[in-house]
Design a binder for this molecule. Structure first.
Ligand code: TYD
Length: 141
């Protein structure tokens, strides 16, 4: 994966054990590979209309997340309000830190893509910024 150039983000390399033909085990531990305490875990799968699906399209005010592609691949688009970056998520042992105030969009889901997200808090709709103009105004404050 290319290095991350936008603000409030970064690469998360998991500790990975390769057991030859018996598979690979990747570990995410709070305070170690994951730079926050994990309070919520969710996963996204069964992306039937994988070519037209667009997920994300929001930023968070304070939530911290770590996003992984644990099967298949997708494109993660990041925008900190000043610069943008597209990341091909196809390495199942490497994730991306999604800090607060980072507009993110997920597209181009392929090969039975499964996304795993670790989050620093429970779901709270008031932490979401779902309008791009509102996001730009929010980060200028
Ligand atoms: P959202 O975070 O917008 O998903 P994505 O960024 O992948 O597109 O969440 C999608 C919907 O699920 C939204 O209506 C909120 C709801 N939701 C919950 O009810 N609880 C949760 O913990 C999460 C993460 C989402």
């Amino acid at each position: 994966m290319d290095s991350i150039t936008v603000n409030n983000s970064g690469i998360i390399s998991l500790q990975t054990f390769k057991d030859g033909f018996d598979g690979i085990l990747s570990i995410a531990e709070s305070g170690k590979q994951i730079p926050f305490d994990v309070k919520c875990t969710y996963y996204i799968y069964n992306l039937v209309n994988h070519e037209s699906v667009v997920r994300g399209k929001h930023a968070h005010k304070s939530l911290k997340q770590a996003i992984f592609c644990i099967n298949g691949s997708f494109t993660l688009s990041l925008d900190d309000g000043e610069s943008k970056q597209e990341i091909i998520m196809d390495n199942h042992g490497v994730g991306v830190y999604l800090g607060p105030e980072l507009w993110h969009t997920m597209t181009n889901f392929k090969n039975n893509c499964i996304l795993l997200v670790l989050a620093s808090d429970w779901y709270d709709e008031s932490d979401y910024i779902r309008e791009y103009g509102e996001f730009l105004a929010y980060i200028k404050k």
